[in-house]
Design a protein around this ligand. Structure first.
Ligand code: FES
Ligand SMILES: [Fe+2]
Length: 380
């Protein structure tokens, strides 16, 4: 079956093999990674109604500070008001739709449109609209910014445009309780990186859920890793890599930072690589974590956003600047090697001969995520 579009692209029969039990299952059809129609339906069903990861509360600790980012929903912003309240808005002017805040982190006294200077306060209310009083019936209170639901989950911020979406904690099932020991609220984002990668977002997300590739792709850096399955309940999956010392430094390097206070087994005995469906990975080790979002830009284009985090206690210690370098070295080596193999897989998936293959023994979480994709996009 070729990897090109089908008349019956969404026929459940094409996906039955992915829904089979792990041992007998097959990977997703190649068109799931290449076809614009599949991409569109996936976007509508997996992304639009869901929660979207934004960042950490501590990144916008002061009034007027904001995070402006791009989601499948379009540009959004989360901003802290003078009343200390965090609010989320669609980042689009109510006049003729211009983007209000450029992408990134920043601070502003008011949100001023760069086109005709309509001005909004931190609560989203329209405060100024030059000359508009001359228009009959114009009332500023009718033209505030469009709000989104915002939730903080142990310090991490998520938004959704879906009024009917379940509370994030309910959506994530047992994730929040099981990861409480990492004390996410006490984390600080110490560095962010953004990468543009020429492949479907699932290529990178799946890669982040298996260590089968590590002995090949990361032969000169991380080396072969060994994972065990993790049972999960909720819209997430994970693998666990048992290791006494932090996986956030390269093999053979000392991990100088203290372990997270109160972290208990199994978390204290290795590293979790999760996927909070659809596209956010929390990778958590004994002394640090990093959050990776695989943001779909098109069927064959992904923007990868990474936030590297340490406990506040670690990030504020005297030796942090000198000793954290080896963590970034390991993280960035791993991420860049993964980003390099993604487009290689993508190119092969475009072949007329690309048909679903068997999963390897360590690809149980990839299978689990693929099943979630099938159930969400196709049903069944
Ligand atoms: S589009 Fe924003 S003021 Fe005109
Ligand atoms: Fe990797």
């Amino acid at each position: 079956m070729p990897a090109m579009a089908h008349d019956d692209l969404f026929d459940p029969a094409h996906y039955a093999a992915t829904l089979a039990d792990f041992g007998a299952a097959r990977t997703l059809p190649a068109w799931c990674y290449t076809d614009p129609a599949f991409y569109q339906r996936e976007t509508e069903r997996c992304f639009r109604p869901n929660w979207h990861f934004i960042g950490h509360e501590s990144e916008i600790a002061d009034p007027g500070q904001y995070i402006s980012t791009d989601l499948v929903l379009g540009p959004v912003m989360v901003i802290r008001g003078r009343d200390d309240t965090l609010r989320a808005f669609a980042n689009t002017c109510r006049h003729r739709g211009a983007r209000l805040l450029g992408a990134g982190h920043g601070r502003c006294a008011a949100i001023v449109c760069p086109y005709h200077s309509w001005t909004y306060d931190h609560t989203g209310a329209l405060r100024g609209a030059p000359s508009m009083d001359e228009m009959p019936g114009f009332a500023r209170e009718d033209w505030g910014l469009v709000g989104l639901r915002l939730e903080s989950c142990n310090g991490f911020l998520w938004v959704t445009a879906n009024r009917h979406a379940p509370a994030l904690e309910d959506y994530l099932g047992d994730f929040v309780g099981r990861f409480r020991g990492y004390d996410f609220a006490a984390m600080r984002v110490v560095r962010r990186e953004v990468y543009d990668v020429a492949c479907n977002w699932k290529v990178l997300a799946e890669n982040a859920l298996e260590e089968y590739h590590t002995g090949t792709v990361h032969a000169g850096s991380l080396g072969q890793q060994h994972s065990v399955p993790v049972e999960t309940d909720g819209h997430w999956c994970a693998i666990f890599i048992p290791q006494e010392t932090s996986l956030s430094v390269l093999p053979g390097e000392a991990a100088p930072f203290r372990h997270i206070t109160g972290l208990e087994p199994p978390a204290s005995d290795g590293a979790y690589f999760t996927m909070l469906y659809p596209n956010t990975q929390f990778a958590c080790t004994q002394d640090s974590m990093w959050c990776v979002t695989f943001h779909p830009v098109g069927p064959e284009q992904t923007r990868v956003r990474v936030a590297f985090c340490f406990p506040e206690q670690t990030a504020s210690c005297d030796n942090f600047d000198s000793d954290s370098g080896r963590y970034f070295e390991r993280w960035i080596a791993g991420i860049e090697e993964d980003n390099a193999i993604g487009p290689v897989q993508q190119q092969g998936l475009r072949s007329f001969a690309s048909v679903p293959g068997p999963y390897g023994p360590k690809e149980f979480a990839v299978h689990k995520m693929n099943q979630w994709i099938v159930r969400t996009v196709i049903g069944g």
